[in-house]
Write a protein that binds this ligand. Structure first.
Ligand code: PMP
Length: 315
C-alpha cells in the first residue's frame, strides 16, 4: 500500500516476495523514517490458523507513526493485510507446537527527500516467514549480561515506539555479549544506570515470592503486547503484578527472571551477570515463568479456550 504525506492508504495487493525499488534519497534510507511490527500466526491442532491480538500491533503502529510524523494504515487495513498474508502463506505455517509464521508489517518513508524533512510518500508492506525458536537455547534458560556501556534509549527519544532506528545501535552490545557466550543483554536506564529497561528485543519480568515486577513503560521501553498479556494472565492466577522502576539489585536478588516478546514468547532466564556478580534463577516446570508460558502458548495455539477474545481465526 502506498500513500502521499497527507492522504490515506488505499487497498494494497498481494505479490510474490521479492525486492522493492527505492530512490537512493528515500526518507527511510537517509533519515530512518520507518517503523515496523512483529506478530505471528499459529497453527491449531485442527490445522486452522490463529493470529494473536493483531489489532494491538495496528494501534502500536499508529502511535509510532504519529511519533515519526508518518501517515499510517487504519486498524482495519492493518489487520486485513496481516490476515491476507497469513492466509496466502498458510502452507508455510509449521504444525502446531513446531513453530509459527512470523509476520512483519513495515511502514516507511519511501519517497525521496534530500533535506531533513518527512518523506513525501509512504509505503506499507507486510511480509512473512516461518520461524522456530528465537534463541538458539530454544526454551532452555537464557544467560543475560547487564550492559553498562551502551544504553538502548533515552527519555524523550523513540525507545517507546518500534522505530527501525532503535535496532542498529543495539547490535554492537548484543554481538559483544553473544561472543562471550551470553544469549542477550539487559539494558539499564540512561540517567542513573541502575534501573532495568529491557533486553534487545523483549521485555523483562522479575519474580520474588508471589510478586511479579516489570519496568514501567515511561517512553524508553517498548510496551510489548506479550508483556501486557502475560501481566493479565499473572493477575488472573493471583500473582501481585507491579509496573515500577526495577532496581538492578532487585533483579540480582530475584527468585526468577523471564523475558517476553512475540519472537521469544515467554523465555526463562537462568543466569544474569552484572559487574562481577552472577545470579542464578529458578527455572523448569514448577516455575512461575513456565506456568504463565503454558497459558499464553495454550491460548495462542488454540489448546486453551480463548475467553479473552485475544485470538482471531484466519479463514
Ligand atoms: N522490546 C523490544 C525492544 C522489542 O523489539 C520487542 C519485540 N516487538 C518487545 C519488547 C516485545 O514486544 P511484543 O511483545 O509486542 O513482541
Amino acid at each position: 500500500m502506498k500513500c502521499s504525506k497527507d492522504c490515506e492508504f488505499t487497498e494494497g495487493e498481494l505479490s510474490p516476495y521479492g525486492n522493492i525499488q527505492l530512490s537512493p534519497s528515500a526518507g527511510v534510507l537517509n533519515y530512518g523514517q520507518a517503523i515496523y511490527e512483529g506478530t505471528k500466526a499459529y497453527r491449531k491442532e485442527n490445522g486452522e490458523l490463529l493470529l494473536f491480538r493483531p489489532e494491538h500491533n495496528a494501534i502500536r503502529m499508529k502511535l509510532g507513526a504519529e511519533r515519526m510524523l508518518m501517515p499510517s494504515p487504519s486498524v482495519d487495513q492493518f489487520v486485513h493485510a496481516v490476515k491476507q498474508i497469513a492466509f496466502a502463506n498458510k502452507r508455510w505455517v509449521p504444525p502446531s507446537g513446531k513453530g509459527s509464521l512470523y509476520i512483519r508489517p513495515l511502514l516507511m518513508g519511501s519517497g525521496p527527500i534530500l533535506g531533513l524533512a518527512p518523506a513525501p510518500e509512504y509505503t506499507f508492506i507486510v511480509y512473512a516467514s516461518p520461524v522456530g525458536n528465537y534463541f538458539k537455547e530454544g526454551i532452555a534458560a537464557l544467560n543475560l549480561h547487564v550492559e553498562e556501556e551502551y544504553v538502548r534509549a533515552a527519555p524523550g527519544g523513540a525507545g517507546g515506539v518500534k522505530s527501525i532506528t532503535n535496532y542498529a545501535p543495539v547490535l554492537k552490545a548484543l554481538s559483544r555479549a553473544k561472543s562471550k557466550g551470553f544469549s542477550d543483554v539487559l539494558y539499564l536506564d540512561s540517567v542513573k544506570k541502575k534501573y532495568l529497561e529491557e533486553a534487545s528485543s523483549c521485555n523483562v519480568f522479575v519474580v520474588k515470592g508471589r510478586t511479579i515486577s516489570t519496568p514501567a513503560t515511561n517512553g524508553t521501553i517498548l510496551e510489548g503486547i506479550t508483556r501486557k498479556s502475560v501481566m493479565e494472565i499473572a493477575s488472573d492466577q493471583g500473582y501481585q503484578v507491579e509496573e515500577k522502576a526495577v532496581h538492578v539489585d532487585e533483579v540480582m536478588d530475584a527468585d526468577e527472571v523471564f523475558c517476553t516478546g512475540t519472537a521469544v514468547g515467554v523465555a526463562p532466564v537462568g543466569t544474569i551477570t552484572y559487574q562481577d556478580k552472577r545470579a542464578e534463577y529458578k527455572t523448569g516446570d514448577e516455575s512461575v515463568c513456565q506456568r504463565l508460558r503454558s497459558v499464553l502458548v495454550g491460548i495462542q495455539t488454540g489448546l486453551i479456550k480463548d475467553t479473552k477474545g485475544w485470538v482471531t481465526c484466519v479463514n
